[in-house]
Design a protein around this ligand. Structure first.
Ligand code: FES
Length: 152
């Protein structure tokens, strides 16, 4: 991904707040935002802050063939969500299950301390989507939607 950052007030504000250039780029590009028609799995989690992340996943041959995200939340959640989708695309289900907060944080390079929970919400939503897929998938690839609320 090229670093094509916003050179405006929003960019300066985010940089001063503690976001890395890479995290700002993820927030700005929003490249993985969207939905997948007839996704194999759709899972949505609302965090304690009230923000919601929804992930659509397609799986072929035990590999994540496509993934999209919708984020109803802050820049930290958007950057984290877009990065987590970038990380999971093309991975086997086993590799995808290894994506944790450390892997995501390494990808984002830096978030403000008070935004770490946003990255956690992105990882939790991804892991819950994978879990729901495994639970719901009976070989028929029926579209299943799961919703949950995190309390912590
Ligand atoms: Fe809720 Fe960022 S403040 S996810």
């Amino acid at each position: 991904m090229g670093i094509d950052v916003l050179h405006d007030d929003a960019y300066k504000m985010l940089l001063e707040a503690g976001y890395s250039e890479k995290a700002i780029q993820y927030f700005h590009a929003k490249e993985n935002i969207g939905t997948i028609e007839d996704a194999d799995q759709i899972t949505k989690i609302t965090g304690p802050c009230g923000d919601t992340i929804k992930i659509c996943l397609n799986v072929d041959d035990e590999k994540v063939s496509d993934a999209k995200i919708q984020v109803f939340g802050c820049p930290g959640a958007v950057a984290s969500g877009c990065a987590v989708i970038n990380l999971v695309k093309g991975k086997t289900l086993e590799q995808a299950r290894q994506i944790d907060i450390d892997v995501l944080y390494k990808e984002l390079e830096k978030l403000p301390d008070k935004k770490i929970h946003c990255a956690r919400l992105a990882v939790k939503t991804l892991q819950k989507t994978l879990e729901d897929y495994s639970k719901n998938n009976n070989g028929s690839h029926d579209r299943v939607v799961n919703e949950s609320w995190e309390r912590n």
